[in-house]
Design a protein around this ligand. Structure first.
Ligand code: ZN
Ligand code: ZN
Length: 362
């Protein structure tokens, strides 16, 4: 099977022919139909964050189950699935208390060290990024890495739910639990930020501030439910939010960029009792500085891992919201591309031209 492999970072991807094993007892072989390009892949290609190489990148995908291991009862060949990097063990304290996205023991879903590797090239093992490796014609994963979904949703739309949609909506519904009438500020209007905005809209937020430096992304934010647009290259977003709210600030803010200064602004624009949710992925060296006095009046800051998802519950719901016409995924697919064009897809991401490029496989 063909797949996009990263050999070194910083670096670009090479399309290679790889061998893939048959499913072990608890594994699922999936024929990938669509796979989205996410900023997290780019972080690893650029060397900002490290993973074992060589590896097949990609972690936002949908497809059809081709084969299952002898212990798999959750899905059967022919089922449509969305893959998720929040692979859960199902037995630890966090899994059992309803927070599988922060599973203590996801390594237990890997193959044993002495078992044959899932994918190889010329008999040498190749890693699966985020336990998925989804820039590929097929993935072989633990059964706890997939959610079964309706066959009615197109594969390119379903793929987006694998990471960006689940993270953005989950940050609103699961992590922050935004309630009707709330005021919200969203820093960053990429794929995650747009999903935070439409999540806040679905949750009934009364006022939604969208902050970005790219005018095209800001106007898109308006289509997803933002009520106030702030170009941070022209105005201080904190000052603009305070002015628009009679100096009160917002009850919920979200950082969806992965930049310390945006996280600081997300804290400073909070009202009394407000909560900042930090979604963006920062580097190991990044430090966020928070004003100590601002903690008075019970302002809070919290992290968010993949939208605090319970993805087997969340993803089918998001699919249904799409099918009911209440979730906009159509405007998030900027272009569909072939696997061979993956590097130019990342170039377009770097230049800020796309919300999402999605690889489709015939
Ligand atoms: Zn992602
Ligand atoms: Zn667990």
């Amino acid at each position: 099977m063909r797949a996009a492999v990263l050999y070194e970072a910083p670096g670009t991807l090479e399309i290679e022919n790889l061998s893939i094993e048959k499913p072990a007892a608890n594994e699922v072989l999936v024929r990938i139909k669509a796979s989205g390009l996410c900023h997290t892949d780019l972080h690893f290609m650029q060397g900002h964050l490290k993973t074992a190489l060589p590896a097949v990148l990609g972690h936002e995908a949908s497809g059809v189950v081709e084969a299952v291991g002898s212990d798999v009862t959750y899905v059967a060949p022919g089922d449509h699935v969305i893959a998720c990097l929040s692979v859960f063990c199902g037995a630890c304290e966090h899994c059992l208390s309803g927070s599988p996205a922060i599973c203590e023991n996801p390594d237990s879903t890997n193959r044993a060290q002495d078992a044959p590797p899932r994918i190889t090239m010329d008999d040498r093992p190749v890693g699966q990024f985020m336990r998925l490796g989804a820039f590929a014609e097929q993935i072989l994963v633990h059964q706890n890495a997939v959610a079964k979904v309706s066959r009615d949703i197109p594969f390119d739309r379903a793929a987006l739910i694998g990471c960006g949609v689940t993270t953005g909506l989950g940050a609103v519904f699961n992590t922050a639990r935004v309630e009707p009438g709330a005021t919200v500020a969203v820093f960053g209007c990429g794929a995650i930020g747009l999903n935070v905005i439409q999540g806040a809209y679905l949750a009934g937020a009364r006022r939604i501030f969208a902050i970005d430096v790219n005018p095209d992304k800001l106007s898109l934010a308006g289509n997803f439910g933002a009520t106030d647009l702030c170009n941070a290259s022209e105005h201080d977003p904190v000052a603009q939010i305070l002015e628009a709210t009679n100096n009160k600030g917002v009850t919920y803010s979200f950082e969806a960029i992965g930049h310390p200064s945006a996280a600081e602004q997300a804290f400073m624009c909070l009202s009394k009792g407000g909560t900042a949710t930090i979604i963006g992925l920062m580097g190991a060296e990044d430090k966020v500085q928070l004003s100590g006095l601002h903690f008075l009046a019970e302002r809070k800051v919290q992290g968010c891992d993949m939208g605090s998802n319970r993805f087997r519950i969340d993803m089918p719901k998001y699919v249904q919201l799409y099918l009911d016409g209440r979730l906009n995924l159509d405007d998030m697919v900027s272009q569909t591309i072939a696997l061979e064009d993956i590097n130019s897809g990342f170039e377009a991401m770097i230049e800020g031209q796309t919300v999402r490029s999605v690889i489709t496989f015939d």
